[in-house]
Write a protein that binds this ligand. Structure first.
Ligand SMILES: *[C@@H]1O[C@H](CO)[C@@H](O)[C@H](O)[C@H]1NC(C)=O
Ligand SMILES: *[C@@H]1O[C@H](CO)[C@@H](O)[C@H](O)[C@H]1NC(C)=O
Ligand SMILES: *[C@@H]1O[C@H](CO)[C@@H](O)[C@H](O)[C@H]1NC(C)=O
Length: 176
């Protein structure tokens, strides 16, 4: 075995022995303090304790926001990407987690949200979603089917473009 390999193994063993053990569902950044991991919450993240997993489709921020004596399920205050908030989290009394709803087809959220809102259609020319608009459709002044691919160009066509094509065709008819 070469020296570098031996050194690596030695350092690995030393590192393992000095690493701070934390609760299930927790980890440490500095080997001094344990915090419940992202997506978990708990009153004590030290070894032997357990951090609870946030309800499906919701998540938490690791640190003092999701770990400590006063922490409850209200620490699960963000919906994961692709889900929007229908009711915010509440940390009062025993707490309630944020309520999340999956984004309608062909829409998403750009980051984990914690305030009540709606998803954004992939198509930049789609009408904004709301409590009454729950499917993606081209906004007023546009026709066609909104794009079904995130990040791609709009597939809604402006009425003015359609009109000018029509006008061009019509002028051809008159020319010949
Ligand atoms: C914490 O311990 C681990 C394992 O021993 C080590 O790899 C890491 O560098 C340590 N981090 C700090 C910030 O001391
Ligand atoms: C999470 O999302 C899925 C898919 O939309 C849904 O079936 C499930 O009920 C949600 N879970 C919770 C706890 O809201
Ligand atoms: C969303 O996209 C799918 C194809 O990926 C399509 O079948 C569906 O009709 C679209 N829904 C809406 C509401 O635009």
């Amino acid at each position: 075995m070469n020296k570098l390999l031996l050194l690596t193994i030695f350092l690995g063993i030393v590192g393992y022995c000095t690493a701070l053990d934390c609760a299930t569902g927790a980890s440490t950044q500095d080997n001094i303090t344990c915090y419940c991991a992202h997506g978990y919450y708990g009153t004590d993240a030290s070894k032997g304790q357990t951090c609870q997993r946030c309800p499906d489709n919701s998540t938490s921020t690791s640190g003092s926001a999701n770990t400590g004596p006063g922490i409850n399920i209200g620490a699960c205050n963000q919906c994961v990407n692709g889900y929007y908030v229908t009711a915010v989290a509440n940390t009062a009394s025993s707490g309630t987690a944020v309520q999340c709803q999956q984004c309608p087809a062909n829409s998403t959220t750009s980051s984990a949200m914690s305030t009540v809102g709606f998803c954004t259609c992939y198509d930049p020319n789609a009408a904004p979603l709301s409590s009454s608009v729950t499917t993606c459709a081209c906004k007023s002044g546009y026709k066609g089917t909104p794009t079904t691919t995130a990040g791609s160009a709009s597939t809604c066509v402006a009425n003015s473009v359609i009109l000018s094509i029509f006008a061009a065709l019509l002028s051809l008819v008159f020319l010949f």
